[in-house]
Design a protein around this ligand. Sequence first.
Ligand code: PHE
Length: 484
Amino acid sequence: MAKREHWGSKFGFVLAASGSAIGLGNIWKFPYIAGQNGGAAFIFVYLICIAIVGLPVVIAEILMGRTTQRNPVGAFRKLSGSKFWTAIGGLGIIAGFIILSFYAVIAGWSTGYMIEALRGTFSTLRTASDASNHFNSLVGDPTWMIGFYAIFFIFTMAVVFLGVKDGLEKGSKIMMPILFIILVILMIKGISLKGSEAGLAFLWNPDWSKITGQSILIALGHAFFTLSLGMGALMTYGSYLDKKSNIPNAAVQIVLLDTLIAIMAGVAIFTAVFATGQDPAVGPGLIFNTLTVVFGGMTGGYIFGLLFFILLTLAALTSSISLLEVVVAYFVDERGWSRHRAVLILGSSVFIFGIPSALSFNLLADYTYNGKTFFDIVDFIASNVLLPFGGLLIAIFVAWIWGFDKALIELKHGAENIFKDRSGLIFAFKVFLKYIAPVMIFIVFLHSIGLLESAIEQVKNYWIILVLVIVMLVIILSRNRMNK
Ligand code: PHE
């Protein structure tokens, strides 16, 4: 078997993993769900979810990868020896396959919008309805859709084709700093607009009345998507790490960077939206329908519009390569394929599988099941079922099946100084991974598949109290066990 590829440096790993985390989730999705759920208060809840559920699971995933030096299937098999858990790894590969197929469709919009920006289209859009008509006419055109979907896909395949060090790592090292600089420029531009204070107030002044059980669940679900959790992307990236690397340290950096970029995108977008008197709560069209009008009307809008869609496309690219890498790593590790063969065959397969998603906005728009198009269905299955389910099982697996104590021994490699004389830290990690994360994820999962809605109806606001009580009980119980 060929020697396993590795990252050139720990910094390269952190950048690549942050590149996976930072994507459409941060720049397209986070602002619009924050907009729909009331701004600051929602962001506060989201930050808590990231810290108490996101971080422990990020650590768990990277740890499984590094310990086994395998793709998700190989990792579960090596640590458990059981067929059931190996199949859970397989679900991750399938999730990667499915997510990439529709993720690249939206990334294709972004790629196409770079061309729109270049052509100066935005300055012809006067109102939000102009913009949405324009958007609908573009995505309604199958040639435009498939064309840009294909272009984006070719870039994704090219990067993965080049391998871990020369593709994933080098690509992230080039793209991530550009992304950061563009975002800083856009943020400064946004803040300098007249009337931007209203946008900042929307982000920082919480209106707690907007927080509902539903919005807490959305925040937690998004924490998963944005951190690339639950399908083994970080596990696969972790498998290219060596034993000397400090996982908790890297995980904190990845989580902080991902959060920072989401907040920066929020500032850039909401300052512009409020300064031009637009509605922050329009939903998924926020970027394509609202922001294009904003760019059209502002000084320097041509260049800022172009920068913005370059930013969005690069962010999507550093995420889509991690999705393809999960699938490729499986075929390389488990089936003995060469990387090049895996990229060509699997990349093309995912592309073909995604065509109905790309056509869901035009030719296939009327072919629906329960009102959902093909795109809606695959998005739903992957984001709302497979990711939370995978995340739940990863937390349970590391904490209970592999066993927290064994996992901790592995985690200490490279992180000796963090854990030295810090039993409090270890205790906290244990409680979060063993109890809090699984319980919280389980709730999101139920919600995702719709079971919880009716239950919430009955218990209304009391369920949060119920969860807190359970969590407290569990903490107390585990304390007793630890003290024995
Ligand atoms: N985290 C990515 C984003 O925010 C999406 C993603 C999910 C990437 C799962 C890989 C795995 O856009």
